[in-house]
Design a protein around this ligand. Structure first.
Ligand SMILES: CC(O)(O)CCCCCNCCCN
Ligand SMILES: [Zn+2]
Length: 577
């Protein structure tokens, strides 16, 4: 009997938002042994009340009809929205995506897990109160934020949207809400890139009570690299985020901002997401929920997801190499956003003064004159090195007590990850360690001493925080040491929680190989320091007041003096020379 089989082939309306995005990402997590180290949370469908935290009744009712629609009706239905595709099963999937994000928020806020990532489809950040848009049906992250506020009374939530598209749905939801700080960078090209909104530009800062709590960083050129992303984090997002002092961090984790993606056409490599994730984990005592948005190159998507989850698990970060500094277009965007937000955030009040002439940026950092060869390649043809293995030394931390000997090579030679030593004379020991390292281990080390501050004492946490973000982090990234030696000089005046934040942030470098030297009478500092070295989150600094003018100016003077040689320190396209 010849059986006639009928293949109904759904020609995929959308070629990039495909099921393989989840199967390939999950497969990579399994292959890298990361799922074994995670707990897998059960998913559930969101209920109406949760969806109505963001969306209107009429929109929810309309979407509820879609499972019963014919293909023709579905096509008709989608015409009222932009760039979104409906399938009879998408309502169910969209409820699962929201439900997954809420399950993650519950687990983090109830302390069952430190942090986590929800791998969901369909994405959410474009969907609005009464409209689907850009592959999104319900706004997963916006609903998660409202849910966290309503159910757990969370006071301040930071949403970081590193997807390459502007999450206008999130912006519209919270634009007048000062309890939710929304940060988004996005391909913009002076409004020529989708969704082509004037509302996505840097001067849209929020409305009424929400003024200052909406930060848009437009990328007006493609080909942005790791340096561009890091400079926006160091010189804009982190200073404001620390001043805001969130109780929870939600990430619209779209990976179409990675190299190879057909939508983003950027050149940042997957390991950058290890660092972006880590830098955010030092906020809100590590309470971070990442929710998948976009990401359409299956190779870079899978690698980026693994880099993100590995950092959430506390593994050492892969050093970022050849950071050449931000390109001119980034500096222009950075300068515009900082100027637009200067009145709202005291960390920007003394921001770098606009100066006279343009600085000649290093060649590679300049998208305007991208190398010819690279320029021609399509995103899919781009190649990049596989992110390096991030090995975890068998021992995390060692403590050397006064009668012990400080031998830094055990740290550098990967036998342990980091360590602290209580020594009789911190300054003298530092000199010995530096000579030993320089001679014996032939490694580059970064000597971290407290920056010369005009104002003594911990009164100026803000000034110190400012120095950390606008000086220490960019310098450390560009210098790329193989050991970080952190010395707490007697009378440094750096208060414990700032010290803990500093110890935490400096583990961004050198595979986390940090050697801390403490004066032996500084015993009270051993516990808090060891806690950070063991991977615990630093306590919050609290909402930071304006830094003392003389401190901010001292940092600015130091920054503008060093920026000619270290252009990750740059925040404007001008040099002050
Ligand atoms: C989650 C996400 O932000 O990645 C969704 C992106 C939607 C892109 C729609 N492209 C439309 C092109 C129109 N000519
Ligand atoms: Zn996107």
């Amino acid at each position: 009997m010849n059986c006639r089989s009928l293949f109904v082939h759904f020609s995929p309306a959308c070629k990039i938002e495909v099921p393989e995005r989840l199967t390939v990402s999950h497969g990579a997590l399994v292959r890298n042994g990361l799922t074994d180290r995670c707990i897998c949370l059960p998913v559930r469908e969101a209920v109406d009340a949760e969806i109505l935290l963001v969306h209107s009744e009429e929109y929810l009712e309309a979407v509820k009809q879609t499972p019963h629609m014919t293909l023709e009706d579905l096509k008709e239905f989608t015409l009222q929205y932009g760039d979104v595709y409906f399938h009879p099963n998408i309502y169910h999937c969209a409820k699962l995506a929201v439900g997954s994000a809420l399950q993650l928020v519950d687990s983090v806020l109830m302390g069952k897990v430190k942090n986590g990532m929800a791998l969901v489809r369909p994405p959410g950040h474009h969907s609005m109160r009464s409209a689907a848009n850009g592959f999104c049906v319900f706004n997963n992250v916006a609903i998660a934020a409202q849910y966290a506020k309503q159910k757990y009374g969370v006071k301040r939530i930071l949403i970081v949207d590193w997807d390459i598209h502007h999450g206008q749905g999130v912006q519209y939801c919270f634009e007048d809400d000062p309890s939710v700080l929304y940060f988004s960078w996005h391909r913009y090209e002076h409004q020529k890139f989708w969704p082509n909104l004037k509302d996505s530009d840097y001067d849209i800062v929020g409305k009424g009570e929400g003024a200052g709590f909406n930060i848009n960083v437009p990328w007006n050129k493609v080909g942005m690299e790791n340096s561009d992303y890091l400079s926006v984090f160091c010189h804009l997002l982190l200073p404001i985020a620390y001043e805001f002092c969130p109780d929870l961090v939600l990430v619209c984790a779209g990976f179409d901002s990675a190299i190879g993606d057909p939508e983003g056409e950027m050149c940042a490599t997957p390991d950058i997401f290890a660092h972006l994730t880590y830098l955010l984990m030092n906020l809100a005592e590590g309470k971070l929920c990442a929710v998948l948005e976009g990401g359409y190159n299956l190779t870079s998507l899978a690698q980026s997801v693994c880099q993100t989850v590995q950092t959430l698990l506390g593994d050492p970060l892969p050093p970022l190499t050849n950071l050449t500094g931000p390109c001119r277009s980034t500096l222009e965007s950075l300068q515009c956003v900082r100027a637009a937000h200067r009145q709202h955030w005291s960390c920007l009040r003394h921001a770098g003064t606009i100066s006279t002439k343009r600085i000649k940026l290093s060649g590679e950092g300049n998208k305007d004159e991208a190398e010819v060869g690279e320029e021609q390649k399509s995103p899919e043809e781009k190649i990049w090195p596989e992110p390096p293995k991030r090995i975890c030394p068998p021992v995390c931390s060692a403590v050397v007590l006064p009668d012990g000997v400080v031998c830094p090579d055990i740290i550098i030679l990967f036998q342990i990850r980091n360590g602290l030593a209580l020594v009789g004379d911190a300054a003298m020991t530092m000199t010995c360690v530096v000579q030993y390292v320089a001679a014996e281990v032939d490694s580059r080390y970064e000597l971290i001493k407290n920056f010369p501050f005009p104002s003594q004492g911990c009164t100026d946490t803000s000034g110190f925080a400012q120095a950390m973000f606008s000086l220490l982090l960019p310098l450390g990234y560009q210098y790329n040491p193989s050991l970080v030696l952190l010395v707490r000089m007697p009378g440094s005046g750096v208060c414990d929680i700032m010290w803990q934040q500093l110890t935490g942030l400096l583990q961004s470098f050198a595979h986390g190989h940090t050697l801390v030297l403490l004066q032996e009478d500084d015993k009270a500092c051993v516990g808090p320091t060891a806690s950070i070295l063991l991977g615990n989150p630093a306590p919050p600094l609290g909402q930071l007041p304006a830094s003392l003018k003389e401190d901010a100016e001292a940092v600015e003077r130091l920054r503008s003096r060093l920026q000619a040689d270290w252009n990750l320190l740059l925040t404007t396209g001008e040099s002050t020379k």
